[in-house]
Design a protein around this ligand. Sequence first.
Ligand SMILES: C[S@@+](CC[C@H](N)C(=O)[O-])C[C@H]1O[C@@H](n2cnc3c(N)ncnc32)[C@H](O)[C@@H]1O
Length: 220
Amino acid sequence: MRFKENNYNKIFVGISNFIRIICGGDRLKRITDIIEKLLRKISRENSKKLTILDFGCGSMEISKKLQNKKYIKQIIGSDIFKHKFKTKKMAYLENDKLFKSNKKFDVIFVIDVLHHIGVEDAHKVIKKLYRHSNKIIIKDHFEHGLLSRSLLRFVDFYANYGYGVNVPDKYFNKKMWKKTILKSKSKELFHKENFQQHDGLFNIILNKKHHFVSILKADE
Ligand SMILES: C[S@@+](CC[C@H](N)C(=O)[O-])C[C@H]1O[C@@H](n2cnc3c(N)ncnc32)[C@H](O)[C@@H]1O
């Protein structure tokens, strides 16, 4: 769902979706695959069906793809906008309400969200999320210098146009990511760099060195 609907946006969105299809720009397939594998493993290790928070869920496209997995009990999406959404296994809860509640989840996933909140503030959000679960799966970007940052900014503009999502000034680099882990008092249980997200032209423009996946656990 695009949040600002007008004719210019609709034309731009139509063209951008077409370009995405023919140039290997489907970002959801590989992300959903890896999140699915990690969730399945967590479910197996804990011998239970999972209650999951999709933090910064957007239109919950990833959760929609995951919801029918047998090992998933429920997925709550949370974001900064007001929205009414409910299916058999999914529901939506605004950020503010989430943080005021004492809801607990087996695991939280945070996909391409932290850089929008701001890499300097990411540790504060992670700490807040630990009140709701001690395990957080994160997918985000690494920048590798100014050109790489500009590419990420361009792709973020392109991917989020019409959603009203801000384009960040900067992204994580490896040093900043380590700092975030330290400041949020986390332990990294899993780390995958060079995660290929796209195919074709999109993979040439924004290749796998720009994507990483991590699992953090509260280290207390
Ligand atoms: C690139 S979209 C990712 C959406 C979804 N996670 C996905 O991967 O399809 C970034 C999302 O982060 C959300 N976001 C931005 N700032 C946020 C905040 N402070 N708290 C929660 N979500 C936030 C935006 O509203 C947006 O839905």
